[in-house]
Design a protein around this ligand. Structure first.
Ligand code: CA
Length: 388
């Protein structure tokens, strides 16, 4: 039997207990929980965790999530069967859930204003709808990939404003977007909107997202229907799903919303979240985006996503949009950090603007837990490979 240590200051203490899908050499992927520097096989708790995704467990609903979290806390506080305990560095992590639909929002006022200035320098930075609804688009669920998956540089049509016609080739302005993703555990039937105050009954947990973005492809294609091939080639997510139940101490008010949103977007107790992100470029931290600055809450995003009667499903992933704060070193995309490539940042002593082949980007986050503890989200990482 093993007694698992959770050292003082561990980001994976008993207040966190995130779920992921792991395998060891020669075994099938199954669900585990991260505790300190170990992964505990949850098939000890219930057969539902023998699946290679969290979907069957998430579909069991909120009451069950609460109950199982208590069971896990009891289990890992005592002596655990040796065969179920694996050092975290010895396991392979997989995509933690089967992604049903994928939606990406645009909920940071700082990011939306910066991109407005960069993409449309002659108009107001925010479009007239932006403070009335959480702007978003439907993305491509099939290209959501696990952290660690290499990212092949996309090719497509690009047209610089000074050129008369487009050319085809590898993206020259490949970028990242540091985002936070919300995972739907129990869905909602078609024709039935989810109320803003019902968020925590539906959303199971939180992951980190890197929405890789080819700015040159995006700039040419996005009018009038929005992002398409400039973003659909790959979206990376972190392997650990931090349960919403672990984030009570991270709840904060959203920034003041003026004008007051329409009634379906009003929350009794807003779901702002005090996550602190970091972005590392080839191992060097270049930005620290603060999630608490996000204008729209994830509860408002889900309410808006379903207000027309669109259904939601177990495994739906919706991302917040790039997390950017007011300061330059809090911007969550390189197009903002380098102001369209005009103000390079130093990475390991070299001036850099957009991603080069071989570059690696990692995004991490932590949040306040109970009694001064901190909750870790692990990381989402990916390396750029040359275009094919
Ligand atoms: Ca995005």
């Amino acid at each position: 039997m093993t007694r698992i240590a959770t050292p003082e200051g561990s980001l994976f203490g008993l207040a966190n207990l995130p779920y992921g899908v792991f395998s060891t050499p020669g075994t099938a992927p199954r669900v585990g929980v991260r505790v300190g520097e170990h992964v505990v096989d949850l098939t000890l708790v219930d057969d539902v965790f023998a699946a290679p995704s969290l979907n069957p467990f998430m579909a069991q609903g909120h009451a069950r999530w609460v109950q199982v979290r208590e069971q896990i806390r009891t289990l890992v506080s005592g002596d655990v069967d040796d065969a179920a305990v694996h050092p975290a560095e010895s396991v392979t992590m997989h995509l933690p859930f089967e992604v049903a639909d994928y939606v990406d929002f645009y909920a940071s006022e700082h990011h939306a204003s910066n991109l407005g200035r960069l993409f449309r320098p002659d108009s107001a930075p925010l479009m007239p709808n932006w403070k009335h609804l959480p702007v978003g688009y439907h993305g491509r669920a099939g290209t959501v990939v696990a952290s660690g998956t290499d990212i092949v540089r996309p090719s497509g049509q690009r047209k610089a404003p000074s050129n008369g016609s487009p050319t085809f080739g590898a993206s020259r302005r490949l970028d990242i977007e540091a985002e936070v993703g919300f995972v739907v555990g129990t869905g909602s039937p078609i024709g039935t909107p989810v109320g803003a105050d019902d968020f925590d009954q539906h959303v199971f947990g939180v992951v980190l997202v890197n929405d890789w973005s080819a700015r040159d492809i995006q700039a040419w294609e996005y009018v009038p229907l929005g992002p398409f091939l400039g973003k659909s080639f790959a979206t990376s997510i972190s392997p650990w799903v931090v349960p919403l139940l672990a984030l009570e101490s991270a709840r904060v008010a959203t920034p003041p919303q003026d004008p007051e949103p329409l009634p379906y977007l009003r929350e009794k107790n807003p779901w702002g979240l005090d996550l602190e992100l970091t972005i590392s470029w080839n191992g060097q931290i270049v930005s620290r985006p603060p999630y608490r600055e996000m204008y729209w809450s994830p509860a408002q995003m889900l309410a808006h996503l379903t207000v027309n009667g669109a259904s939601s499903r177990t495994g739906d992933l919706y991302a917040s949009g790039t997390v950017s704060g007011p300061a330059k070193d809090q911007r969550g995309a390189f197009i903002e950090l380098t102001w369209g490539g005009k103000e390079p940042v130093e990475v390991n002593g070299e001036p850099r603007t957009f991603l080069e082949d071989g570059d690696e980007v990692s995004i991490t986050a932590t949040a306040p837990g109970p009694s001064g503890a901190r909750i870790g989200f692990g990381e989402v990482t990916g390396r750029v490979l040359p275009a094919r």
